[in-house]
Design a binder for this molecule. Sequence first.
Ligand code: MN
Length: 243
Amino acid sequence: MVVIGLTPTHDFKNEHANMPWGYMISVIRAGALPVILPMLPEDQANYGDFLKRCLELVDGFVFTGGSDVAPQHYNEEQHPRCGEVVPTRDKMDLALMKMALDSGKPLLCICRGVQVLNVAAGGTLYQDLGSQYPGSMQHGKSNSEEIHSVKIEHGSMLHEIVGKDTLMVSSCHHQAVKAPAPGMKVTAVAEDGVIEAVEFEDGRPVLGVQWHPENLTATNPGHLAQFQWLVGEAGKRARRPRV
Ligand code: MN
């Protein structure tokens, strides 16, 4: 069976590992086994070895949603409206993303995940759409309801996956991709032009989406299709024998 690693979210205040249910159930609906990776302490000995083992364990990844990426990682001063940043998670997500990109394993990068993807690959973010993107609509509304539509680029991987020119998406973000990383192209935008999805020009199996498909996989086939794509790509590359 294909194994999909979920990057950890962590409730540092209460010292609880936690994972929104939508990520797990959507991977299961797509026919794979989700595995929640552990949050590594920043001072963990053999940090890189732990990450390497995480990489070996899984056939693909979902980079999950969460807090803002610290702007120092894309060489910007922190804007007053930038949200809370979590250095422990930034360190793990950025290091694991770089290793995952090098590995060629398929990645579905959701909300914070697409932001981590873009930063790890050398791009930048809007730290706060409301104050830095004139004319932007309210994007911080809901991670589980269809809030606005996105227009999908013809010829993109995303278009092939979703099979439609437009898709209704949830919207629970106040940041977004500003300058896409070198080698990356924009594959969906909201009605106000905000970048909602990216992929690489070289066609590698990496999909970044600003919305939350995991909460709409029961009701909208276009969102389930994103997980089915991830699991399908992971299955093509899985080295371990199927059980
Ligand atoms: Mn949005």
